[in-house]
Design a protein around this ligand. Structure first.
Ligand code: SF4
Ligand code: SF4
Length: 376
């Protein structure tokens, strides 16, 4: 590879919860144990954001990490939510609030969050990059970058306009290397050609590559007994040249222990293993119905309170494990739709699709969900 090995970063977007219905109910005891295990393994990079867990992720890591470890023993990153700010004053207020929430006086990495065709104009109008350069000069930010959710042509445009960023963060996983709206392979090439390090997000595609079809699970198991499907996905992302960090959004100690088991002393995939991954990709592509990463960005503005991510996960499960009679996923669907909007309640306003970093045709998929679950 001719480069430093990629390290594992702790993504703080899917933290352990006390109540699965309440994104702000972070289970602090479990989180502290996870932080300790991560630090004990010699790893120290943590990635949060203003909007994760309804604003609680930054506070939670402040309490679980910042208040319990010396400042120079870890690296912390967070992000400016350009999809939520509308004035220079608001940017200033959000940045100050983030320092206060996390309990730090500087961030090691700081990102413009969710740079895509939908939101980039806000960053340009508000001069978000210039504002953050100022924070870097003041010593409040060590390295400045952006998280990116669009295709390779748009990445070129953003980098031409902001060539001095210290890093870029985008999605790399073995399903999306050549997906038209994501183009991870081309994005990696562009970053390498400009000498900009890459931080990978969504290596397991929101859990989809942990929860693979039985045929793939068996193939992985026979190739490398005891190695989880998630381990194949994370090692694939970490094997890409130019990647400095792979973030994994760990939700419990078992995911943490699994990740540490293979990322503590990471070895890139060899040619034979890459061939196995490419066979896995073919099988998964035939079975996955909706390539949703469960990021939930789409759900906040839905006027019908439709739990889009949950419905897509149930639909994928149903398609992955079809059954002859009434499918168990139908019961979960009925539970959710008792307190939330049904898929068929969608009025087609399109608000959700503007927020979706995966550019999914959510309205069309909801029709499929409705016909799969509401006719039974
Ligand atoms: S298009 Fe449907 S699912 Fe999307 S925000 Fe509007 S009502 Fe909600
Ligand atoms: S539909 Fe899109 S925005 Fe909504 S949870 Fe899935 S990937 Fe995220």
């Amino acid at each position: 590879m001719g480069q430093d090995m990629a390290e594992l970063g702790f993504g703080l977007m899917r933290l352990p919860l006390k109540s699965s219905d309440d994104q702000s109910s972070v289970d602090m005891d479990v989180l502290k144990q996870m932080v300790d295990a991560f630090m004990d393994a010699g790893l120290n990079y943590f990635d949060t954001a203003y909007m994760y867990h309804d604003g609680m992720s930054e506070r939670a890591i402040g309490e679980a990490l910042v208040a319990r470890y010396p400042r120079d023993s870890f690296r912390l990153s967070t992000k400016m939510p350009i999809m939520m700010v509308s004035s220079a004053e608001e940017q200033e207020r959000v940045f100050s609030e983030q320092l206060e929430r996390c309990g730090v006086d500087y961030f090691d990495n700081y990102l413009v969050h969710n740079v895509s065709r939908n939101f980039y104009h806000t960053a340009q109008d508000l001069d978000t990059f210039g504002f953050l350069e100022g924070k870097k000069e003041e010593g409040r930010i060590r390295r400045l970058g952006f998280s990116f959710h669009d295709d390779a042509d748009f990445l070129v445009q953003v980098l031409d306009e902001h060539p001095d960023v210290d890093f870029i963060q985008f999605q790399v996983n073995y399903l999306d290397m050549d997906a038209p709206s994501i183009e991870s392979r081309r994005c990696l090439e562009i970053a390498r050609s400009r000498g900009i390090p890459v931080i990978v997000m969504e290596p397991v595609k929101g859990g989809a590559l942990a929860n693979v079809p039985a045929q793939v699970r068996e193939m992985f198991e026979s190739e490398a007994p005891g190695m989880s499907p998630a381990s194949w996905a994370i090692r694939f992302a970490a094997s890409q040249e130019g990647v400095e960090t792979v973030l994994s959004g760990m939700s419990d100690m078992s995911q943490m222990s699994d990740n540490l088991s293979f990322m503590k002393d990471f070895k890139p995939l060899d040619a034979r293993e890459l061939e196995v991954v490419s066979r896995a990709k073919e099988i998964i592509e035939r079975s996955i119905a909706v390539p949703c990463t469960s990021c939930r960005y789409c759900m906040k503005g839905c006027p019908k309170d439709i739990p889009i991510a949950e419905y897509f996960a149930l639909y994928n499960n149903m398609r992955n494990a079809p059954s002859a009679g009434l499918n168990i996923q139908v019961f979960y669907y009925r539970n959710y739709s008792r307190d939330h909007g049904k898929a068929s309640d969608c009025i087609g306003c399109g608000r959700c699709e503007k927020e979706c970093p995966q550019h999914l045709p959510i309205r069309e998929y909801l029709k499929e969900v409705a016909s799969a679950f509401e006719s039974q």
